[in-house]
Design a protein around this ligand. Structure first.
Ligand SMILES: O=C(O)CCC(=O)C(=O)O
Ligand SMILES: [Mn+2]
Length: 207
């Protein structure tokens, strides 16, 4: 009986709920990390990651990116996002632990991670798809959230009636795969509500 209860709670943390969506696949592991693990990880990453305030130039004007970012992974991996190109910083143990956990439940392999730190509700990420050529045709993106719950919004590129909103709580893993990046855009919108800090990690495989 006790053993059954233990295996029940194990399978709970690894339990994935598919989100019904055409033209792509999304799986949500609502609590892949326990509240204790998630809050330890949040503090560790807040301290140990080399967070950067990037700037982008739009129509000749320089803007601060509305969040802090960092890029880690295996050596010699270059990645471009928001018009910025970076070499990865070397893995640190906490990032490797998370990578191994999500590789185990997803069956996918990752060699790099983009980190985003949303300091409050004014920080955001605008509509985009993770469709850079170096990610390959149907990339698997493993998105781990820590801290404040924020809503990931999705909209279909050609069918305006198709929209989804997925609250991403601390400790969750969202897996995006199949043709999703081809057909859908996603964003984290600003919020006027009082919001605490959130860290999101998107693990990727760069060819
Ligand atoms: O913060 C999030 O949940 C989304 C992050 C994201 O879309 C990205 O890093 O490409
Ligand atoms: Mn994205």
């Amino acid at each position: 009986m006790t053993k059954d209860l233990f295996s029940l709670s194990d399978s709970c943390s690894d339990a994935a709920a598919p989100i019904a969506i055409p033209d792509g696949e999304i799986l949500l592991f609502a609590s892949l990390f326990s509240p204790c693990e998630a809050s330890q990880l949040f503090e560790t990453l807040r301290q140990d990651i080399q967070w950067r305030q990037e700037q982008i130039t739009l129509f000749g004007r320089v803007h601060k990116l509305p969040r802090l970012t960092a890029w880690y992974g295996e050596p010699n991996i270059r990645y471009s996002y928001s018009g910025l190109t970076h070499d990865s910083l070397p893995w640190i143990p906490s990032l490797i632990s998370v990578k191994e956990r999500i590789e185990r439940v997803s069956g996918a392999s990752f060699n790099s991670v983009l980190l985003n730190r949303y300091r409050d509700g004014a920080d955001s990420m605008s509509w985009h798809a993770d469709d850079e050529p170096e990610l390959g045709r149907n990339p698997v993106i493993g998105s781990v959230s820590l801290g404040q719950t924020r809503v990931l919004q999705l909209k279909h590129k050609s069918d305006g009636s198709q929209r989804r909103s997925i609250p991403l709580a601390g400790g969750s893993l969202l897996l995006m795969r199949g043709s999703l990046q081809h057909h859908w855009l996603h964003r984290v919108a600003k919020s006027r509500r009082q919001m605490g800090e959130r860290i999101n990690l998107t693990y990727r495989f760069i060819a």
